[in-house]
Design a protein around this ligand. Structure first.
Ligand code: HEM
Length: 367
């Protein structure tokens, strides 16, 4: 039986009565006079929270896809599209700061004191985004020597602590990378071939310095010492124990196997089957970069608004926020894969059978 659907009214569908009646300036309530810019301040924050909700909606769906034991190509495509939607929203969030900056610091002072101790620091949706992406709790800057969620309501604390436990996108991506096929394919061992290509490239570089007749002994010595540093950083990747030590000390997060797979995807990204995984990894780097851009832009705005005063939430303000831009990154290990890339011309040749497997095999039949 067909369900009768009553005609829909725009305002009802969007619950505009609720949304448009949810701006209650404190300057009016406590000071008796509306601080004109407080309306902008409230609306900008509300718009952020709506977009945070959309980001969480996309993020949760990608996490769900990656939670399975197997992720098919189609779903990787869907995930890339949803993550790209997140990056477009993030660009808007960075731009939105400019709108708030049309409020001058003096205008902000008209209502700032009414806000204490509330702060964007208490945005539980922002914390959920950080945690679901996979920000390492041990990496977090301490806030007033306490946990970052200590200023939140018990209900929000519960949500945030549960999101810290996972599943996080970082962990799921790591597991997915560890499952990457083609690392060892019918006699072609990617890691061994890559290692010998790196060693060959380094040997050639060294020979060029040693045999360059235009260099004086002093310059040659300097260049060889620089070369040694490059050699050390390029070959560090081949030492699993060293890698695990770095993970232990918190300098790296991605497992050794997942790092190898990420490198394979980056090096052989021109092979058709690796296009999508490469786009996926690139989008994760974009999300991290845009989050850092937002943090930095927000920190600059805060300095402009309150100078070196402490924040309404009680932090050191600009100093605290600036510190988070460097330390609160999530996918740095994917960004740093560039350290280990070698030119396409020096890449080990793939065996024909493997190349065929990595390609799209459709061939147009002759008329
Ligand atoms: C006049 C505008 C703003 C000022 C002066 C300001 C100031 C601050 C300060 C000082 C902090 C550090 C915690 C504290 O001591 O309060 C903070 C944190 C934060 N603010 Fe803002 N903020 C402003 C606008 C916004 C907007 C529009 C958002 C959007 C949601 C936002 C989101 C956040 C978030 C998420 C944090 C936590 C950052 C972290 O811990 O990494 N802020 N803000």
């Amino acid at each position: 039986m067909k369900k009768t659907i009553p005609p829909l009214y725009y305002s009802d569908y969007l619950k505009l009565d609720q949304i448009l009646n949810s701006q209650h300036p404190k300057s009016l309530e406590y000071g008796g006079k509306l601080a004109h810019d407080e309306v902008l301040f409230i609306i900008v924050h509300q718009a952020y929270e709506l977009w945070f909700k959309q980001i969480l909606h996309e993020l949760d769906s990608v996490i769900e896809i990656f939670e399975g034991d197997y992720v098919n190509e189609k779903d990787v495509g869907i995930s890339v599209a949803r993550l790209r939607r997140i990056t477009e929203i993030q660009k808007l969030l960075v731009d939105q700061i400019g709108i708030l900056e049309t409020m001058t610091p003096l205008d902000f002072l008209e209502f700032r004191d009414y806000l204490i101790p509330a702060s964007g620091f208490q945005s539980y949706q922002f914390r959920l985004i950080e945690n679901k992406l996979g920000l390492d709790p041990d990496q977090r800057k301490l806030f007033e020597k306490g946990a970052y969620y200590s200023r939140l309501s018990p209900e929000h604390q519960k949500l945030i602590m549960s999101s810290e436990r996972g599943p996080t996108l970082f962990k799921l991506v790591e597991i997915w990378l560890e499952r990457t096929p083609f690392m060892d394919f019918k006699g072609f061992n990617f890691w061994k071939s890559y290692q010998s290509a790196v060693e060959n490239a380094l040997r050639k570089d060294k020979e060029i310095i040693e045999n360059n007749p235009t260099l004086s002994d002093k310059v040659r010595e300097q260049e060889l010492s620089e070369f040694e540093k490059t050699e050390k950083s390029s070959t560090a990747i081949f030492d699993e124990k060293k890698h695990n030590d770095l993970v232990q000390k918190g300098f790296r997060r991605l497992s050794y196997l997942a790092t190898q797979a990420a490198l394979l995807i980056n090096l052989y990204r021109d092979e058709p089957i690796l296009h999508l995984p490469f786009s996926f990894l690139t989008t994760l780097i974009d999300i991290d970069e845009l989050l850092t851009t937002w943090r930095y832009r927000h920190a600059l705005m805060v300095q402009r608004m309150i100078g070196t005063k402490i924040g309404t939430g009680g932090s050191s303000g600009h100093q605290y926020l600036k510190a988070t831009t460097e330390s609160h990154k999530i996918f740095s290990d994917l960004t740093n894969i560039s350290t280990f890339l070698i030119p396409r011309s020096q890449l080990p040749e793939l065996p024909t059978e493997l190349r065929k497997t990595l390609g799209f095999n459709y061939t147009k039949s002759k008329p």
